[in-house]
Design a binder for this molecule. Structure first.
Ligand code: PEP
Ligand code: MG
Length: 746
């Protein structure tokens, strides 16, 4: 019986292939396919619904329903039984469709006569493409074999859709991957960019989904799987024993590569007429569809592993490597599921932007993107399945939005925005050497954030007065072992040289929890942002921090040196970190090295607790810098990585501003210099409010200096302060609307 149904579906597939091979316009092909399926399955109706846009399905061909309904009947995802199949990405099989929950009668189709309904999703690698339906008058439930056969056919239709087999004159259908797609992700790094897609890992294209030689295909699959197992074993022998995380992933790979269930399902698909690669992809599609619905993060990760493994297997089967011969476009926007910091640095500043399907604000890739000042959008779901190499793409890093294959009007609006920004940058050049002095005569020092040697050339052109934050993580993240002291000292010395006498504040290693160094033993923590990170690691395991401090002292080479410790939460952490530095100074002196002529030791205020530290802390710190990115997340208890809660709390919320004001007071009581170096410092409106609250130093990405300086020079901060005070007195939640209104009136 099974054998018979296998050969039935094989027959169906080879008839399908014959239809595909015939020269026909897209619509005609679709019509023939519905006819053929209805005929083979013995049903009165067969219909193909394809997605017109991200959430509308359209009846594109039918055998049995009213012909007038074709390209007329539409439904949204989730609407009616067809819409439900698309949403759930699972078949619906019922003998009595009208009695089903959500059934929606479409009078124009004349479908009232049909009782049984079987609908299966048409999907490719988790991407919804449409729904394939058969219906019959007789009230019967379709057998498991029939469901399976229809799924296999849907898979082939999906491949054909992907290859553009149904596009043609009169088809009233546009090809997949030609429509505009808008994806909403999260902000990884601000900025806007326009360019063309460069896929970090190009998609594998399956050109031959059907085969009538199951034995050969099964053998090809077995050979490829055998090779895959060898590859995984080899990776495991090469993986460092200390890297528990990497080994865990590889062990999961090994488990999947040896999974009998996986192999059996693929072999069954081949017996039913799929080629080996189509069988792998069918499994991969099912896994991806499941991935979207799994609540358990661990299981989702494992399905990701399976996905990676399937890609490897597909590359083995098709011989398609990651090098497709495609050339990096002149304006590349990198698209990837995720990317490591070293790989991103390899691309370097050639990239105009980066869009990741995963990633996180604190991820290594985000740190590199921030250091390179490349706009980055993360959590852009589906980008790797939607985008093709060379597609036009717009990245709006300010909003976390991506427009793929934008329509001309959208592209034009974006071009206008970029042109305005470029024009503004030119205007800013004229005030580059002027101070950021407000109309009331208050001077605010604007500094830049940096993290790479390559950033330093932008110091003179940006108009920054110095480097308010030099993040030192990158040199550690991009290597596979701890950098040597000599190397670091040489690099820091070059940074100091490039600054040409301007002050550079070096922040010691801010690493740990989710920012795991490749050579550091990972620790599982339930709340990494609240975990063992930054100075906590530095104090518990001081070896690396001490080495870094020595490198900094040597790099200063007798000149001034500013060192800042990250994530200080209480006085004692600061005194302990400071003691380490003082001990290193003594040690360096006894070794005969010249000591810095002036040493400033500061702390980053990133946890609310530090604002309430004893007065001694404020007296002891040579300077304090507010790390607003972290401080805000802890102040509102709203994860900076979590888009849902992150946007809920405005930086200009009165509570936060009042809190900043308190910090300003505490610092002015002790005469401690205070700055703000989180991303918010670079936003003009925020910068005005911070300055109005008394902050006199702001450190930001170089491109923000012009806009911030320009606006500060045009406002009276005393007025801004009274607008803020009024809004506070009136019980406003945020002062933003009031300040915006005041600026508009200027
Ligand atoms: C901050 O938290 O504001 C900050 C500058 O540090 P980072 O963004 O590197 O965590
Ligand atoms: Mg921080």
């Amino acid at each position: 019986m099974v054998e018979q149904s296998e050969s039935e579906s094989r027959k169906l597939l080879s008839r399908l292939q014959a239809v595909m091979a015939e020269a026909a316009a897209g619509q005609e092909r679709l019509d023939r396919i519905t006819h053929l399926i209805a005929d083979s399955m013995g049903t009165e109706v067969c219909s193909i619904y394809l997605l017109r846009d991200a959430d509308t399905l359209e009846l594109c061909a039918t055998q049995g329903l009213a012909a007038e309904a074709v390209h007329v009947t539409r439904m949204r995802i989730g609407e009616g039984l067809v819409g439900r199949v698309a949403r759930q990405a699972r078949p619906i099989n019922t003998p009595n469709a009208p009695a089903e929950r959500g059934f929606r009668y479409m009078p124009e189709t004349g479908e009232e006569a049909y009782s049984s309904f079987l609908g299966v999703p048409i999907q490719r690698l988790g991407e919804r493409l449409g729904v394939l339906v058969v219906q019959s008058k007789e009230a019967r439930k379709f057998s498991g074999d029939e469901v399976y056969a229809l799924e296999v056919v849907a898979m082939v239709i999906a491949e054909m859709t992907e290859l553009g087999a149904f596009i043609g004159e009169g088809a009233a259908m546009s090809a997949r991957h030609q429509q505009q797609v808008l994806l909403r992700g999260s902000v990884g790094q601000e900025g806007a960019a326009m360019g063309h897609v460069w896929l970090h890992e190009p998609r594998v294209v399956v050109t031959k989904p059907v085969s009538d030689d199951p034995e050969t295909e099964a053998q090809r699959l077995r050979d490829a799987v055998a090779q895959l197992r060898l590859d995984v074993d080899e990776m495991l022998t090469r993986a460092p024993t200390a890297d528990a995380e990497q080994r865990e992933v590889l062990e999961a790979y090994r488990m999947f590569a040896r999974s009998r269930g996986w192999m059996r399902r693929m072999e069954e698909d081949i017996q039913r007429g799929l080629s080996a690669e189509a069988a792998v992809e069918k499994e991969q599609s099912t896994a991806r569809a499941r991935m979207e619905t799994l609540p358990d993060a661990y299981l989702r990760e494992r399905l990701h592993d399976l996905d990676d493994l399937s890609n490897r297997l597909l590359r083995l089967l098709t011989g398609q490597g990651t090098d497709t011969g495609a050339e990096l476009p002149p304006d590349p926007i990198l698209v990837a599921r995720n990317i490591g910091p070293a790989e991103l640095l390899d691309y370097g500043r050639r990239l105009k932007g980066v869009v990741l399907e995963e990633g996180s604000v604190g991820s290594h890739a985000a740190i590199v993107a921030r250091a390179l000042a490349i706009p980055l959008v993360i959590h852009a779901k589906r980008i790797t399945t939607e985008a093709l190499n060379g597609d036009p793409i717009l990245v709006d890093g300010d909003e976390g939005i991506v427009h793929l294959r934008p329509e001309e009007t959208v592209a034009q609006a974006f071009r206008d925005k970029l042109a305005m920004q470029a024009e503004a940058q030119e205007r800013y050049a004229s005030i580059r050497d002027k101070p950021a002095e407000s109309l009331c005569g208050t001077v605010v020092s604007l500094q830049m954030n940096a993290g790479l040697m390559a950033d330093l050339p932008s110091l003179p052109s940006s108009g920054a007065e110095g480097v308010g934050l030099f993040r030192t993580e990158l040199q550690f993240l991009t290597r596979n072992k701890v950098p040597r002291r000599g190397e670091l000292a040489a690099l820091y010395a070059r940074v100091i040289d490039a600054a040409q006498g301007k002050r550079v504040v070096f922040r010691t290693l801010d690493i740990g929890s989710d920012k795991v160094l490749p050579y550091m033993k990972p620790t599982e923590e339930p709340n990494p942002a609240l975990g063992w990170r930054a100075i906590r690691v530095g104090l518990d395991k001081p070896g690396v921090m001490r080495m870094q401090l020595q490198a900094l002292i040597r790099a200063a080479n007798g000149g001034p040196l500013s060192v800042m410790f990250p994530f200080i939460a209480q006085l004692e952490e600061f005194t302990a970190a400071r003691d380490h530095l003082m001990r290193e100074m003594e040690r360096e002196a006894t070794l005969g090295h010249t000591l810095p002529e002036k040493l400033e030791i500061g702390a980053m205020l990133e946890t609310p607790s530090l604002a309430f530290a004893p007065r001694q802390f404020f007296e002891m710190a040579d300077f304090i810098s507010i790390g607003g990115n972290d401080l805000k997340q802890f102040f509102f208890a709203a994860d900076r990585e979590n888009e849902r809660v992150r946007k809920r709390y405005d930086t200009l919320n009165v509570s936060f501003l009042t809190f900043l004001e308190q910090i300003v007071h505490r610092c002015s009581d002790t005469g401690t210099p205070l700055s703000f170096c989180g991303e918010d410092a670079g936003r003009p409106l925020e910068a005005i409010c911070f300055a109005a609250m008394g902050l006199r130093t702001l450190s930001m990405r170089p491109a923000s200096i012009g806009p911030v300086k320009s606006i500060l020079r045009r406002v009276d901060l005393r007025e801004a302060r009274s607008v803020i005070n009024e809004a506070r007195a009136e019980g406003a939640q945020s002062v933003r609307p009031a300040v915006m209104e005041w600026l508009r009136r200027q």
